[in-house]
Design a protein around this ligand. Sequence first.
Ligand code: GDP
Length: 532
Amino acid sequence: MSDALTTLEAARRRTFAIISHPDAGKTTLTEKLLLYSGAIHLAGSVKARRASRHATSDWMAIEKERGISVTSSVLQFEHKGLQCNLLDTPGHQDFGEDTYRTLVAADAAIMLLDNAKGVEPQTKKLFHVARLRRTPVVTLINKCDREGKDPLDLMSEVEQVLGIATVPLDWPIGSGKGFVGVYDRLDRKVHLFSPGRHGEEIVAEEVLDPDDPQLRERIGDSLHDKLREDLELLEAAGEPFDHERFLAGEQTPVFFGSAATNFGIGPFLDRFVTLAPPPGPRETRDGGVREANDPAFSAFVFKIQANMDPSHRDRLCFVRICSGRYEKGMKVRHARLDKELKLAMAHTLLGRDRVSVEEAYAGDIVGLVDTQHVLRIGDTVSTDRGPAFNGVPRFSPEIFATLHLADPLRRKQLVEGLTQLAEEGAVQIFFRRGQGALDPIVAVVGVLQLEVLQARLEAEYSVRIKVERLGFSHARWLDGIDDPVKAARAIVGTHVDDTDGHPVVLLRNDWELGVAERENPKVGFLTTSPLD
Ligand code: GDP
């Protein structure tokens, strides 16, 4: 197969994730993107599935009850000849490190905001993770069919809270029940929508010139005058859209719409796929980059799901392809172990079904079956001896606990289970100094993960534990210290090591963190683990 095909296929990939706070409308939007791309013809099925979630603490049962957007790691659809890979970012109570790590595999993000709520806590956290890699972010203000905050206020909220410049690329016409369309500022066209069957189908759309005399008739004098005023204000006061600044993560284009009624979703999707970049160069550990059109296949592991099927201890490792072409049965080199691996099976998840992948390109996600248990999060595999990718950092957890074993004779199984879950990235483990592996501190990002931990240890390792929550709320990796023992004396907090031996301090609250930072101005208190 020619390299030209590999380059062409990479260039038409758009790999992205949606970052939002629960209830902003991510599930609804996901379904509408599928509707507008033609992947489905009728919306409305996701909602019904969602109702049955969160009912049980049994991990397998939780998995089974999740709807399509939750079970699958990636949704694929085509739009305008482009292959879109929408990465799933688990939200709600199952919000966790997986959610953060997914962003490391994305080339762009849609930041979805509820027009009445603006920037909410989970959006903020995810935005900061996206910013670590300078991921371009496109903002969609949702629920415009309901009265919300003023569009200008929403944009200044984004600028102030997140520190990114905003440029509206479309503008809402009317609000709440009177939301009738959007004005596309790039094309200078007005899109008016007619309500459809509760947003189940693509809505009828009429495109008019802003100077068309019909427009005043159609939307009435007051909306017409308001639109003119708004647009004049934006022209005079706003900064112009700058594609380079967007790609550098410094400016976010803003769109308005309603995922429920579909108003604005069509123009948004059309624009989004052209704004979102194709797979670009990825940073490698030697300080260089690997280009997406490099003919050698390369990929890194960003997510692991183990023991999905209780009858075999299987491990599905999701890799993000960064260059070249994946072919079934190909041989690759495992960079960390410097060892050859045969990729016998790759899967993509379509709903609940695993589908075997024959070929895939840069930007695509495939699930590799790791029969030898050799892959970890952050590992690189490639067909050449090129440098490994930068890996995937761990992110500061917020919930900490110790585990009490019901049967002390099962300590070995507990260690085995914890090691597995830590390698998957489901939990993080910290060791207190001088105590070795005994009594580790287990930490997670979302509270559901502790339940999952308990359920999985019991189901997969026959280990019953009691979880005791500890009063910490921050973990910070210490940077710029010579001697961890001396640092532990100087810096307030509980000092521990992570599984790679990096010194970490655990702090109870913002106040303690503030004290630690103020008293030790030369020490870096990092929210992510160093990449080594
Ligand atoms: P998620 O938690 O972000 O996945 O949000 P969902 O898609 O489940 O939506 C949360 C709630 O907001 C549901 O009741 C949706 O029907 C509602 N919703 C989503 N989009 C819109 C919208 O554009 N307008 C209105 N009025 N409601 C919406």
